[in-house]
Design a protein around this ligand. Structure first.
Ligand SMILES: [Zn+2]
Length: 426
């Protein structure tokens, strides 16, 4: 029996030596691996705080051989970590945890506690046992998180064509998760989106693995937690693949912090069996679309980016993300009609309303279009107008936020002063 590492001897107890208890801890409890139709289901109960959820991860049965043991807690812990940090409860897993994952999660906790000190506090994590996953013989290759969007498509094809230099990974499989952008009850939409992804990958030899999870039920802010939930799904395959890859949303010069998946946080969701990589930060979205247009145009035309339309397996052509991606196509002289419902028009570009983060994407487009398109181009003018209007709106909103509280204090002081003022004239 190998000796337990010195650094793990304090686990199983909180630093003050208190045994895990419902008052101070959340509990993750494994259930039997079950099978239904042609799927295998891993279940973990999350008990404590304001929640009592039965979480599940459903995988096609053909992957049974590479699934973790039912009591392997790595993925369950990732799904619940930010929730525990938000309600300041330690976590005790009634199963096995990888010490190598805990090492990364210690640092990940520090990141979130520093980014959002009002929201997240560092907690203690403990388990019944600690051991890393034993790799299967011949395990290698990379599993890429695949939504069919620009970022995952770019990472998949860039590595497949060997264009990532010494960093090139062998992409063997793509993981598509149901329960993230597409709601679990919407099975028809997920099936259609999966089909769309199959078409993108059909000549690559890369297998597509669908996973469904209800981990989004855990009450935590989605913008913060989605990277950990995606990481939890990837970790279920750590016996088989050496790397887990996530396509970066922002380029290194546009990083949005705090955010659920960044080059800072993603690598921390790694184990000794599977290293997580945030890929593609050296390229912005316009550059990615240009590269895809040159290297795999057919797959690009099946890209799926929409999250606000009525049918999420296709692109509505009206929401901010669709319009932004249509502009990426326009800058690169690529036609939009095969990919989006509706055309790019002056009116939809001029009137697009964006958040602060999305404004950075519009500015990136404006800069690219300044070089690639003439300033007289009507879409360019509409884009410039949209950047100005949204910048002005944000400055105004920020100013209003600053003014309102002081106005309110002034008003309250004046109201309190009125009786004393009257009194002084009596
Ligand atoms: Zn849309």
């Amino acid at each position: 029996m190998p000796q337990e590492p010195q650094s793990l001897r304090h686990f199983g107890r909180s630093p003050k030596g208190i045994e895990p208890s419902p008052r101070t801890h959340l509990f993750l409890r494994p259930r039997e691996l079950s099978r239904q139709d042609s799927s295998s289901i891993l279940r973990w109960d999350l008990d404590g705080g304001d929640v009592n959820h039965s979480l599940y991860w459903t995988v096609p049965s053909e992957f049974d051989q590479i699934l973790p043991d039912a009591d392997r807690a790595d993925h369950a812990l990732c799904a619940a970590l930010l929730y525990a940090m938000s309600c300041k409860k330690h976590v005790h897993c009634e199963g096995v945890l990888s010490p190598s994952l805990l090492e990364g999660l210690e640092e990940l906790q520090s990141v979130w506690a520093k980014w959002c000190p009002q929201k997240y506090s560092r907690i203690q994590i403990s388990a019944e046992r600690y051991s890393d996953v034993e790799k299967r013989t011949g395990a290698a290759g990379t599993l890429v998180a695949f939504s069919g969007g620009v970022d995952s498509l770019f990472s998949t094809f860039r590595h497949r064509t060997g264009e990532a230099g010494f960093g090139t990974k062998s992409i063997e499989a793509a993981l598509m998760v149901h329960g993230m952008d597409i709601p679990l009850q919407d099975q028809g939409t997920f099936a259609a989106a999966l089909e769309r992804s199959r078409k993108q990958l059909e000549k690559t030899g890369i297998s597509l693995i669908p996973v469904a999870t209800n981990a989004r039920l855990v009450p935590q802010l989605w913008e913060d937690a989605f990277g950990l939930i995606l990481g939890s799904c990837l970790l279920m395959f750590q016996k088989r693949y050496q790397y887990a890859m996530n396509g970066s949303e922002e380029a290194y010069d546009q990083l949005c912090i705090p955010w659920g998946a960044t080059p800072i946080t993603t690598p921390l969701v790694s184990t000794s069996s599977m290293r997580s990589i945030e890929d593609g930060g050296g390229f912005n979205r316009t550059e990615k679309v240009g590269w895809l247009g040159n290297h795999c145009r057919e797959a690009l035309f099946h890209v799926r980016v929409c999250w606000a339309g009525k049918q999420l397996y296709k692109n509505c052509g009206k929401c901010e993300k669709c319009i932004r991606t249509m502009l990426n196509f326009w800058v690169n002289d690529l036609p939009c009609d095969q990919t989006f419902d509706g055309d790019l028009s002056v009116a939809i570009v001029r009137d697009v309303r964006v958040s602060l983060v999305q404004l950075a994407f519009l500015r990136e487009l404006e800069a690219a279009a300044t070089h690639k398109k003439g300033r007289r181009d009507p879409i360019f003018r509409a884009l410039r107008s949209a950047v100005r209007k949204n910048s002005f709106r944000m400055r105004w909103e920020a100013l209003r936020e600053k003014i309102s509280p002081s106005n309110s204090v002034l008003l309250k002081t004046a109201v309190r002063a009125v009786p004393k003022f009257r009194e002084s004239f009596r």
